[in-house]
Design a protein around this ligand. Structure first.
Ligand code: ZN
Length: 350
């Protein structure tokens, strides 16, 4: 039976239907329920493993809910051996401008393909986060705990335009929000209170390190996933970060996790002309750190609304990195670390 419920959210003084959230059963309308899907998730992981592929849980991907073809998307996941994706809505600008700051479409995708998706809160990105941050935070504080999302999306805190954004002239993607300012403070507080992790896009630069360290120390129960291990756009702005520094941080801040979405060895950041995926220039030292602390590193594809057809291609790059890791680290980073972080269970052998 189709259960239909409308949710209203007030943005900029207008009450508008926020998201037409529907599901095939009444329980799903109430949000994510891990216990109801746990066996299906495990079964899917086992199935992929039995084909000889390393199963992967992708901790960080987003999509455009108006343009996604979920059937095609899940078929790509099957071909690529992606067990589950933590999939987060990038709310399209035209909906945001109409007052729909938030969408629960990720729950809708989960209801349609439960064993494929781990519903993730909307990404903190343009324009909802950059133009209407207070409305966005209000929605976040209501819907993340209200619908039992196990994970919040990626917040653009310090974000240079990506190479693709630059090539299409999307310079508004240059985002700067203080990690220790009042907006991010509310995100840390929500994570601390609920135990639900959030993700940050936070360029690696000397002057940005101290404020982040301070917030990690101030909110020790807020689990933070710092996306894009060792992705440095301008080397001259980053003289401190490296395997030794990160090792110290991981010891000092047990609430810090790192995702491993970064480019291949040749990928360049055009504005600086530099090869920004620095993992590759110090691969052995990074690998040693990951081996020493495997549960702190998470496999990530970083699919987005402008690259929803790239799952197979990008999985190839991710596997190239994962296959460098020795066992059992490889398996932990590929899916066991995500499982433990999100569901608080350590997976044995499946
Ligand atoms: Zn990012």
């Amino acid at each position: 039976m189709l259960n239909l419920s409308k949710r209203l959210f007030v943005a900029q003084g207008f009450a508008l239907p926020l998201a037409l959230f529907y599901s095939r059963n009444a329980n799903a309308a109430e949000g994510f329920d891990f216990q109801s899907v746990r066996a299906n998730y495990l079964e899917r992981i086992r199935k992929i493993k039995n084909t000889g592929l390393l199963p992967i849980i992708d901790i960080e991907s987003s999509y455009n809910p108006l343009e996604i073809d979920l059937s095609a998307f899940t078929r790509s996941m099957d071909r690529a051996g992606i067990a589950m994706m933590c999939l987060s809505v990038d709310q399209p600008g035209k909906l945001v401008e109409q007052g729909a700051i938030w969408s629960d479409h990720a729950l809708e995708s989960f209801v349609k393909f439960p064993e494929y998706f781990i519903p993730t809160g909307n990404g903190g990105n343009h324009p909802a986060w950059t133009k209407f941050p207070l409305d966005f935070l209000m929605a976040l504080e209501k819907f993340i705990p209200g619908h039992n999302y196990p994970l919040m999306g990626e917040f653009e805190v310090r974000h240079y335009p990506s190479p693709r954004q630059i090539s299409r002239g999307a310079f508004f993607r240059d985002v700067e929000v203080a990690i220790d300012g009042p907006l991010m403070e509310r995100v840390f507080m929500l994570a601390e209170k609920t135990g639900i992790p959030f993700q940050i896009h936070y360029e690696i630069e000397d002057k940005l390190l101290e404020p982040l360290a301070r917030m990690l120390g101030k909110f020790p129960k807020a689990k933070v996933i710092w996306c894009h291990l060792a992705q440095i756009r301008y080397q001259q702005r980053s003289t401190q970060y490296g395997p030794a520094m990160l090792e110290k941080w991981l010891d000092q801040f047990p609430n810090l996790y790192i995702d491993t979405a970064f480019g291949d060895a040749l990928s360049r950041y055009q504005p600086s002309g530099e090869r920004h995926a620095r993992f590759w220039s110090d691969a052995q030292a990074w690998t040693n750190l990951i081996v020493a602390k495997p549960y702190r590193f998470l496999a990530a594809l970083d699919i987005g609304g402008d690259r929803m057809d790239k799952i197979e291609e990008w999985t190839k790059n991710l596997r190239y990195f994962l296959n460098r890791l020795p066992m059992p680290t490889r398996e932990i980073v590929a899916y066991k670390a995500a499982w433990k972080l999100l569901f608080n269970e350590e997976l044995g052998s499946l």
